[in-house]
Design a protein around this ligand. Structure first.
Ligand SMILES: Cc1cc2nc3c(=O)[nH]c(=O)nc-3n(C[C@H](O)[C@H](O)[C@H](O)COP(=O)(O)O)c2cc1C
Length: 364
């Protein structure tokens, strides 16, 4: 990666000493029947590590079956799952890489077929609309999202414990770190977002970031602050709703996470440079004509810790972003699905292969 001197430099992310600041973004692949990662997945991730990716963040890995919303995703709550993950983390380590486990609970974005029977759970009993993604019924028919159950305070506390236990399991399975999935309209984001969270107890209103806070505090206690990443996104995700009141919510969330001991954020937006949040959040950044700034600029303005940036980044743009200190590491999703050898291609100055959704049908 001679041309990419910033992207290709060793760096310290929390406690992790990385060969470089190139991160594989978490990408769900749906190749884990029975919630168990396979040997093919070990080879898939190890190919990316062998080519030189500094840190791989696993595909979303559910912390309990009720938190599952897609077919054949991996889990991290049982001994069998820990055993099945070990060859994956070992293969990545043998290839010189580091790996974080993305801890996931989809909340309302689920169906009794994926949860194993119970209703999906959510802050206030709302549900997304439309057909369930990536899933069909036994006769090939479309399934639709239905009702979800508003979580009791007792269940919320249980879910906090479930995340902490999952973090412990992930370390046992050989992961170097964990990423809390607080983005894209799934459970934690459903609490953060007032379009989803209508609660009037201590988990709603000004307390809307409390679930994120309690999970982060519990996971940090398990893994240590240098091994925990929190991913968030104000933009629309699987639930189809953007954050309400982003100008208040972003500082509230980031201050809360800092107070809970978090030091590494993963600011997720589909396009790193696209306007995303109101310009008041980053008065020094260049605003779009309609008064918006990119997410990374607003994050930098409100966060003392490290930031992973992501979203349609080219290696060249990532290198510039690191040189300018806009973010501390850069994640690539689709480019790394399409190019297991992305770092080698960059070193040889070869253009990456473009991503095609048809590539999701196989693991290569
Ligand atoms: C097939 C696919 C699966 C994804 N799965 C996840 C996931 O499990 N967890 C998550 O946080 N983001 C997920 N994402 C979002 C990516 O991590 C990333 O943020 C997004 O693709 C933008 O980066 P890119 O432009 O480099 O692809 C997924 C994206 C794709 C294309």
């Amino acid at each position: 990666m001679a041309r990419y001197t910033h992207l290709d430099s060793p760096m310290q992310l929390g406690e992790l000493q990385l060969r470089n600041g190139m991160v594989m973004a978490p990408c769900t692949r749906c190749f884990c029947p029975g919630f168990l990662p396979t040997r093919d997945m070990a080879a898939y991730y190890a190919r990316r590590a062998a080519s030189g990716v500094g840190l791989i963040i696993s595909e979303g890995t559910v912390v309990c079956q009720r938190g599952s919303g897609y077919p054949d995703v991996p889990g991290i709550w049982s001994d069998g799952q820990v055993r099945a993950w070990r060859p994956v983390t070992q293969a990545v380590h043998e290839a010189g890489g580091r790996m974080a486990c993305q801890l996931w609970h989809v909340g309302a974005v689920a169906h009794p077929v994926t949860t194993g029977g119970p209703l999906p759970e959510s802050p206030s009993g709302l549900s997304p609309e439309g057909p369930v993604r990536r899933l069909r019924g036994a006769h090939g028919e479309a399934l639709h999202y239905g009702a979800s159950e508003a979580m009791s305070a007792t269940r919320i506390k249980e879910v906090v414990e479930i995340f902490a236990a999952a973090a412990g399991r992930a370390l046992e399975a050989g992961f170097d770190a964990v990423e809390i999935h607080g983005a894209h309209g799934y459970l934690i984001d459903q609490f953060i977002n007032l379009s989803w969270n209508m609660r009037e107890d201590e988990w709603g209103g000004q307390g809307r970031c409390r679930l994120a806070e309690d999970i982060t505090r519990a996971v940090v206690a398990e893994a240590g602050p240098g091994r925990v990443i929190f991913r968030f996104s104000p933009a629309t995700g699987a639930s189809g709703k953007v954050w309400k009141r982003p100008t208040e919510t972003l500082p509230l969330l980031l201050d809360t996470l800092w107070g809970a001991g978090l030091r590494i954020l993963h600011a997720s937006h589909g396009n790193f440079d696209a306007p995303c949040v109101p310009a008041e959040l980053a008065p020094l950044a260049q605003a779009s004509p309609d008064g918006m700034v990119p997410l990374h600029a607003a994050t930098r303005a409100h966060w003392q810790g490290q930031i992973i940036g992501v979203g349609s980044l080219s290696p060249g743009r990532a290198d510039e972003a690191l040189a300018a200190g806009e973010v501390d590491a850069c994640a690539f999703g689709r480019l790394l699905i399409a190019n297991p050898d992305l770092p080698s291609r960059m070193r040889m100055d070869l253009d990456p292969r473009p991503y095609d959704p048809a590539m999701l049908e196989t693991l290569f």
